[in-house]
Design a protein. Structure first.
Ligand code: FPP
Length: 250
């Protein structure tokens, strides 16, 4: 049986989030510069989007650029932004043809006008699609997102629109950039690093974590299938006992 055939399509995670790491190391191992690794990373992005949509995954979130990535050498930041603009321009039609909706989370105001224009174009073109939602985290970090949520809630309190005593998980979630998006059941990180790096800290409270040594440019469909198969072997208990979980299933 192939890896793909081993996946139980009835038990797919609705939402998969990925920390795409290792482009730089992949390039260095080949004696190339880091930006060559990022270019190859885009090929992997394309492949994973197509395969995830084909399987029937409803939401795919990709960590493309973190708040902390602004501190990289300026030439690398520029190259990544250019890659983003080119990818958006080249892939918009394909996204629409595949019925994929694009969403972006992050501090968009920090992006250049050129990047924002490309984003707006693709967001608009894909807004009527109804298939998989592709969420690109750009200039994103979880702490930025949570601090912003606290700030926005505080303004509402000041305006008398929220009673502090009523604040609960649901209200807080409504102020996150991921409102209306279910939490990921599976978080994948490539390249062997065992960290979360300020990504979706609130949303991954109960996510299954999957780490692989594979560097992002080498993360192809078989790697995605392996992660999904591993996910399906796990028992998700949400704080309950194993017996309680199985009782509910029966
Ligand atoms: C991590 O590798 C990767 C990034 C910071 C950028 C990821 C971006 C892409 C794959 C391209 C654009 C994405 C889209 C959605 C079009 P690293 O540079 O940290 O690698 P290293 O840890 O080996 O140095």
């Amino acid at each position: 049986m192939s890896l793909k055939e081993s996946i139980n399509l009835k038990r797919l995670p609705k939402h998969v989030a990925i920390i795409m790491d290792g482009n730089g190391r992949w390039a260095m191992q080949r004696g190339k510069d880091r930006n060559y690794g990022h270019k190859k990373g885009v090929d992997a992005v394309r492949e994973i989007i197509e395969r995830a949509a084909e399987l029937g995954i409803r939401y795919l979130t990709l960590y493309a650029f973190s708040t902390e990535n602004w501190n990289r050498p300026w030439e690398e930041v520029e190259a990544l932004m250019e890659l983003m603009v080119n990818s958006l321009n080249n892939e918009t039609k394909k996204l629409v043809d595949n019925n994929i909706i694009l969403k972006v989370i992050g501090d968009i105001d920090r992006l250049s006008a050129e990047v924002r224009e490309s984003l707006d174009y693709t967001l608009e073109r894909t807004s009527k699609c109804s298939g998989m939602t592709l969420i690109v985290a750009l200039s994103y970090s979880s702490r930025w997102e949570m601090v912003k949520a606290v700030r926005d809630i505080s303004y509402k309190i000041k305006e008398g629109k929220i009673d502090p005593g009523n604040i609960d998980d649901k209200i807080f979630e409504n102020y996150l950039t991921t409102r209306d998006i279910p939490d990921p059941e599976l978080l994948i990180r490539t390249s062997g690093e065992l960290r979360i790096s300020n990504f979706l800290l609130w949303q991954i409270a109960y996510s299954e974590l999957y780490f692989t040594e594979t560097l992002w440019p080498d993360f192809g469909k078989e790697e995605l299938y392996k992660a999904l198969i591993e996910y399906q072997k796990r028992e998700r208990r949400f704080g309950k006992t194993s017996e309680q979980v199985h009782e509910k299933e029966n």
